[in-house]
Design a protein around this ligand. Structure first.
Ligand SMILES: [Zn+2]
Length: 366
C-alpha cells in the first residue's frame, strides 16, 4: 500500500487555514462586541442641542466664513465631525417657511406652509413634537431664539396651531400644554406679566437679571429688551438644564439671519451667523465635558437666493448678489458633533432630523 500524503489546499496562498479561521473568529467576535456596544444605553445621547439658523443657506454660511477668516468651511459648526445637505420642501410648496420647516424637524412630518405641528394636510390632529416626547422621557426642555418666543420656529416645537399667526394660542400652548422649562426670546408679542406669573414662570427682561441657573426655582420665561448674544443664552441654558440627570432637549434659533436676508442686509446677516457660530462653539466646548451630548446645526430654508460673486477678505463684506426678497428651496447644510453624530449621514430632508434625534436618544432614561 502506498503511503498517501493528505494534501491540504490552502484557501489563500501563503496563509495557513487555521490562521484564516482565527482571523474569521476574531472579526466575528469584534463584530458582536460592536453590535452589543451599539445597543447599550452608554451609546445613546442623553442631551440634544439643536441649533437652527433661520434662512441660513450654504452661501450665507460661506459669506460669514470669508468675512471672519477669509476662508470657507471655517465656522465652528463647519468643523463638526459630520456634515451633509438636506432638502427643505413643505407639503404644499417646494419653498417652505419657518412654520412648516420647523414642524418638519420637530415632528418628522411635512405640513403646509404656515402650519405648526398639526396634520394639515390631513385630519388636523396634533403631531407630538420632539420636545413633547423628550419631556415625557423625563428630560428638561428649552427653547431659545433671538426673535420673539411666539415666532414660528420655537412655536413648532411646543405648540399646535393651524396658523403661525395665532400668537395668543401659541403662548397658551406653552403655558398650558408643553410647558418648556426654559423659554427665551426677544420682546415682540404682548404677554401680560400676570399671565406669565400665573403660569408659574419666573419673568426676566434683561440678561443682567438672570437668576441662578437652578431648575428647582421653576421654569423661566425671558423676553429681552435688547438682542442678547446667543452664546450668553446658550451658556445660561446649559448650566440650567444640566441639573437634570435624565438629560435635556434644547433648541437654539438664530432668528435674525432670515430677517437680514429678507432685507438684503449682508452685514446683519453675517453678524447673525457669526453669533450662531460662537454659540455652537461654546456648546461643543461644554459637550466635551458632558459626553452624552449630540449637537446638530441646520437651517429651515434659504432666504434671499444669495450668491457670493467675490470674497473681499477679513472684515470686508463679500460682493454678493441677492436673487429674491423671499425664501428659496436651495438645500441647506446639516452639521453634527458628539454622541451618535454619524446618524446624519443618511439624512436628506428636514423631517429626518426628528428621526435622528429619536434614534440617537435613549428611549428609557437610566
Ligand atoms: Zn423668512
Amino acid at each position: 500500500m502506498s503511503h498517501t500524503k493528505k494534501r491540504v489546499i490552502s484557501l489563500y496562498p501563503g496563509i495557513r487555514n487555521f490562521q484564516i479561521i482565527t482571523i474569521i473568529v476574531i472579526l466575528t467576535f469584534t463584530g458582536f462586541i460592536g453590535l452589543f456596544l451599539a445597543k447599550t444605553p452608554e451609546a445613546y445621547a442623553k442631551n440634544i442641542i439643536l441649533f437652527i439658523g433661520d434662512g441660513m443657506g450654504p452661501e450665507q454660511v460661506r459669506a460669514a466664513g470669508y468675512y471672519r477668516h477669509n476662508h470657507p468651511n471655517s465656522l465652528s459648526f463647519e468643523r463638526f465631525s459630520f456634515r451633509t445637505t438636506i432638502a427643505t420642501d413643505a407639503a404644499d410648496n417646494p419653498v417652505t417657511d419657518s412654520a412648516a420647516g420647523a414642524t418638519a424637524m420637530a415632528t418628522g412630518q411635512r405640513v403646509n406652509v404656515g402650519v405648526l405641528s398639526q396634520a394639515i394636510p390631513g385630519n388636523g390632529r396634533d403631531y407630538e413634537t420632539i420636545l413633547e416626547h423628550m419631556a415625557k422621557q423625563g428630560k428638561m426642555t428649552g427653547l431659545i431664539t433671538t426673535v420673539p418666543i411666539s415666532h414660528a420656529t420655537p412655536a413648532a416645537f411646543a405648540s399646535h396651531q393651524p396658523s403661525r399667526k395665532n400668537s395668543a394660542g401659541i403662548i397658551q400652548n406653552y403655558f398650558e400644554n408643553s410647558r418648556p422649562d426654559l423659554l427665551m426670546g426677544v420682546k415682540g408679542e404682548e404677554i401680560p406679566v400676570q399671565t406669565i406669573e400665573k403660569a408659574g414662570y419666573t419673568y426676566i427682561t434683561s440678561i443682567d437679571t438672570l437668576p441662578e441657573p437652578d431648575p428647582n426655582n421653576g421654569p423661566i420665561l425671558a423676553r429681552f429688551e435688547e438682542v442678547p448674544k446667543l452664546k450668553d443664552l446658550t451658556q445660561f441654558a446649559l448650566s440650567y438644564l444640566q441639573h437634570d440627570t435624565n438629560g435635556f432637549f434644547l433648541m437654539i434659533e438664530a432668528g435674525r439671519i432670515d430677517w437680514a436676508a429678507h432685507n438684503h442686509d449682508t452685514k446683519k446677516m453675517i453678524d447673525a451667523i457669526l453669533d450662531l457660530s460662537d454659540a455652537a462653539a461654546y456648546a461643543k466646548k461644554w459637550a466635551k465635558k458632558h459626553e452624552k451630548t449630540l449637537i446638530l446645526v441646520t437651517a429651515d430654508h434659504e432666504t434671499g437666493g444669495l450668491k457670493i460673486d467675490r470674497p473681499k477678505g477679513i472684515g470686508t463684506l463679500p460682493h454678493v448678489t441677492w436673487r429674491t426678497h423671499g425664501h428659496t428651496n436651495t438645500p441647506v447644510g446639516l452639521y453634527a458633533w458628539g454622541r451618535q453624530a454619524g446618524l446624519i449621514r443618511s439624512a436628506n430632508h428636514l423631517t429626518d432630523i426628528y428621526d435622528i434625534i429619536r434614534e440617537s436618544t435613549d428611549p428609557i432614561p437610566r
